[in-house]
Design a protein around this ligand. Structure first.
Ligand code: ATP
Ligand code: MG
Length: 580
């Protein structure tokens, strides 16, 4: 529909400009290779998706390849569970990686490289505590203080580093540091740590093989280099690490080429940085998300209120809407905060085009059509378009009958002439995709609550027939009583009550929105009966089914649905405040 019109040229983002310039200059022989490098220590969130769209997007657009690399250098926090969910989430988003690598694939090469650095006098074993090392770092305007171990003999460094790896040294007692420059204005150059000892946890892939593990700065650039990455794209907080990334590469490329990459001495990966994604009314720190999950403040990583990919999916977000959102916000060098309303606007626009409309009644009262046949031979089936005015998007069958559920609020026993819906006294109202009716009265229980509404229908007014053209001031939703399904409806709202929970003082858990989930029940039209089963897998991926419940919002069928009970999650309401 509307989307086909949006094919105009978009201007290049600054990373694309860099890539095009490199291509024009024949840098790295015109090869384009990127990687997405998650640490398998948590679930992917929408911030990661911004990086994914960039990494995979560049490779797709410039006929290169994007690999998936698990940055698994800290066994204390990482797990195979996370590897699997990361892969599943990326596949669901619709991206295809070239190969899967692990930083742990390079432990051997990195260790050898560290030995080489030691032999070349470029690294030393420091026996000071982490606190002492931190104290000696200095400040951006004051030089740091050299460690007393900085000038120990090469032989001693070698012997100690090997002892570290053999597990003979206790965790925390020694580190291997690069010997660079304790006075460098860039603090990252003040003898950064290359290796640390971790003996308390086995590694999810290498088990107990290693007792020393490389730090990010000593692993990331080298991993890029071993694989042949050309553009190592990451977020802005790594910009200050870039000189160190380059320093370590300088030691093994060009004149120092050591044959560690198949691409020759002139090949070199380049790190480039873009702004992180931050969104209002949520948190994206893995630590905080883990806390919410562990303390049961949400139902799990895939709770529909979570900003995780699996949470968004369960909330009813579609890959296409998430990708459109990333296109809209773009990539810059300026950190900022994105209004969650834009994300909601994007999914609403997406579902508007695709989600079949169905009737659901949230606060039901029974409507009896007194002049409808008592026991018809077979139920009357009406046909309604999934999306009005779009026959190409299919139709559905709606069972009609003598007893229908309608919204309690659609009937008033005594109404003034501004109320266009049902009220005794002659006004005609159309039942959605069906007949015109007129209310005749109602029945109440001893407390005065209406139990039945009575009406008559005009058999010649059926939608889709000639009589169906007759206009009424109001159309109301209905669900036939005997074929209706019962649904548990989960009305989700924003997870936090404040715009930027991370900027507030105190405990972020106290800022949770107490109204972020309300569970109600509804009567839903029988056409959703086909949803009462186990989720359907296509290419091993569960398919989510989305609906607009007329006048209520967009909803997705939740995996908690069983053969007996339909569970629907509200993705978003119909009302869009974003554009205002
Ligand atoms: P941690 O919470 O442990 O610091 P992280 O959020 O940096 O982790 P990683 O798994 O290391 O998570 O991230 C993988 C990639 O995703 C990195 O390249 C990182 O720059 C990118 N990324 C992470 N968060 C965001 C974000 N909010 N916006 C854009 N990119 C992000
Ligand atoms: Mg990280």
């Amino acid at each position: 529909m509307e989307n086909e019109k949006q094919t105009e040229e978009k201007s290049l983002n600054f990373i694309e400009q860099i890539v095009e310039k490199d291509l024009a200059e024949g840098v790295n022989n015109g090869r384009i290779q990127t990687r997405f490098p998650p640490e398998p220590n948590g679930y992917l969130h929408i911030g990661h998706v911004k990086a994914i769209c960039m990494d995979f997007g560049i490779a797709e657009k410039y006929h290169g390849v994007c690999n998936l690399r698990f940055d698994d250098t800290n066994p204390a926090k990482e797990d195979t569970e996370y590897v699997e969910t990361i892969e599943r989430d990326i596949r669901w988003l619709g991206f295809k990686w070239g190969q899967i690598f692990y930083a742990s694939d390079y432990f051997e090469q990195l260790y050898d490289l560290a030995i080489r650095f030691i032999k070349e006098g470029k690294a030393y074993v420091d026996e000071q505590t982490a606190e002492q090392i931190a104290e000696q770092k200095g400040t951006p305007t004051e030089p740091g203080v050299a460690s007393p171990y900085r000038d120990r003999p090469i032989e001693e460094n070698l012997r100690l580093f090997e002892a570290m790896q053999r597990g003979e040294i206790e965790e925390g007692k020694m580190v291997l540091r690069a010997k660079i420059d304790m006075a460098n204005p860039n603090m990252h150059f003040r003898d950064p740590i290359m290796y640390r000892i971790i003996t308390s946890h086995p590694h999810h892939r290498t088990g107990r093989r290693w007792n020393v593990y490389p730090m990010y700065d000593f692993a990331h650039g080298q991993s890029d280099y071993f694989e042949g990455v050309t553009h190592s794209i990451c977020t802005l907080e790594f910009e200050v690490h870039r000189p160190l990334y380059d320093y370590f590469l300088d030691q093994i490329t060009g004149a120092n080429f050591a044959g560690l990459s198949p691409y020759g001495p002139d090949y070199r990966p380049k790190q480039r940085e873009f702004n992180r994604l931050n969104i209002t009314y949520t948190v994206m720190s893995k630590r905080k998300m883990l806390q919410l999950v562990k303390e049961g403040l949400v139902a799990g990583w895939d709770d529909p209120r979570m900003p995780t990919v699996c949470g968004l999916r369960r909330r009813g977000y579609t890959p296409s809407a998430i990708r459109t959102f990333m296109d809209k916000i773009g990539y810059t060098k300026v950190e900022g905060m994105i209004d969650q309303g834009l994300l909601e606007h994007t999914i609403r626009e997406d579902l508007k085009e695709t989600a079949p409309r169905v009737c659901a009644i949230f606060d039901p009262v029974k409507l009896v059509i007194t002049n409808y046949p008592e026991n018809p031979e077979k139920p009357e089936i009406l046909v309604a378009e999934n999306i009005d005015g779009h026959p190409e998007l299919g139709t559905r069958e709606m069972q009609f009958g003598k007893e229908l559920w309608i919204e309690r609020g659609d009937f008033l026993e005594e109404a003034d002439n501004k109320f266009y819906r049902l009220s005794p006294g002659g006004r005609e109202v159309r039942l959605k995709a069906s007949y015109i009716i007129q209310a005749t009265g109602c029945e109440k229980d001893e407390n005065g609550n209406i139990t039945n509404v009575y009406a008559t229908y005009d058999p010649d007014s059926k939608s889709g027939t000639e009589g169906g053209n007759r206009k009424t001031k109001a159309t109301i939703n209905w669900v036939e009583c005997h074929s209706a399904l019962y649904a548990e409806v989960r009305l989700y709202d924003r997870l936090f009550a404040v715009e930027n929970p991370s900027a507030e003082e105190g405990d972020f858990r106290e800022l949770l929105n107490p109204e972020s989930l309300k569970v109600v029940t509804a009567k839903v039209e029988g056409s959703l009966r086909s949803e009462l089963h186990e989720p359907v897998l296509v290419d091993g991926i569960e398919q989510e089914n989305h609906y607009q419940l007329l006048k209520q919002g967009y909803f997705v069928v939740d995996p908690d649905t069983t053969a007996e009970k339909l569970v629907l999650n509200r993705t978003c309401s119909l009302k869009d405040n974003y554009l205002k």
